[in-house]
Design a protein around this ligand. Structure first.
Ligand code: G3P
Ligand code: MG
Length: 264
């Protein structure tokens, strides 16, 4: 019998595409994460002058060369930038095309005023490519935009991002009719997890990188984690599934693909 850190496997969501192993929020990162077989990919999207670009920070200087506020840049100039990693900033459409139905895609609405454009873009992409809306989860800390998104494209799942512990835990979010609740690892406890699950939400915690924290999330009973180190979690999941404790790992739906966890 092998020692296993995880009480149960966790949905593996490559945070920003798996940003420690690969360059964050780039097509290269998404491709690498798909190649190792992650369950899902998370990316951050901004509406910049009518273009949906994938990047995280509100200012240049870290992943994007230069300085100043992202919203002050011309989208065409941003698209021409060469990042330190040698890649270019990608559009949401390019990411949708690359990922297709190879993994679940969590699109985080980062900028103000992006819900409608993301909904239009996603709707057109899914229709034109004969895909299913099932592959997508749209999340945001901006719950008003999530609500707006729901009005526009209700068939796409919604994920509620929270930074702290809300006064009434997962109560008060009913109008969003969300699929999942995304708390921070910095503000999580068993009561929050169980209350979210009692409301019918999957619980996906961000950003969980260390093995002992992965173990803790598994003990708390969360369903999935956003991680910059997807390979690390996948190894722990494989260990869990292959150990004689596998019987107790069975409360997550497994795809036909042995090591994959499905988003259902
Ligand atoms: O969606 C989970 C996580 O990405 C939220 O925080 O700042 O990394 O986008 P952040
Ligand atoms: Mg994010």
């Amino acid at each position: 019998m092998t020692d296993t850190l995880l009480a149960k496997p966790l949905l593996c969501i490559a945070h920003r595409g798996g940003s420690q192993q690969f360059s964050e929020n780039t097509l290269a990162a998404f491709e690498e994460s798909l190649n190792i077989g992650v369950d899902a990919i998370e990316l951050d999207v901004w509406n910049l002058g009518g273009e949906l670009l994938i990047t995280h920070d509100r200012r240049l200087g870290k992943t994007l060369p230069g300085q100043g506020r992202l919203i002050d840049q011309h989208p065409q100039q941003l698209k021409e930038l060469i990042l330190a990693c040698g890649n270019r900033i990608a559009t949401l459409t390019e990411a949708l095309q690359l990922i297709g139905d190879r993994a679940t895609l969590n699109i985080e609405l980062k900028s103000p005023d992006c819900a409608d454009l993301v909904a239009d873009t996603l709707e057109m992409f899914v229709r034109d490519n004969d895909l299913s809306f099932e592959h997508y989860v749209v999340s945001s800390f901006d719950h008003r935009q999530l609500y707006e998104f729901k009005q526009h494209l209700p068939q796409v799942k919604r994920g509620i991002l929270v930074e702290g512990i809300p006064l009434h835990y997962a109560t008060g979010f009913d109008e969003l009719e969300a699929y999942s609740f995304h708390p921070s690892i910095n503000f999580i406890n068993a009561d929050l997890v169980s209350d979210a699950q009692r409301h019918g939400f999957k619980v996906w915690t961000y950003t969980v990188n260390e093995e002992d924290d992965m173990q803790l999330m598994s003990e708390l009973g969360v369903d999935g984690i956003f991680t910059d180190y997807p390979k690390r979690l996948m190894n722990l999941n494989a260990q869990c599934l292959s150990s004689s404790a596998a019987a107790s790992c069975g409360d997550i739906d497994n795809d036909n693909d042995q090591d994959k966890i499905s988003v259902s």
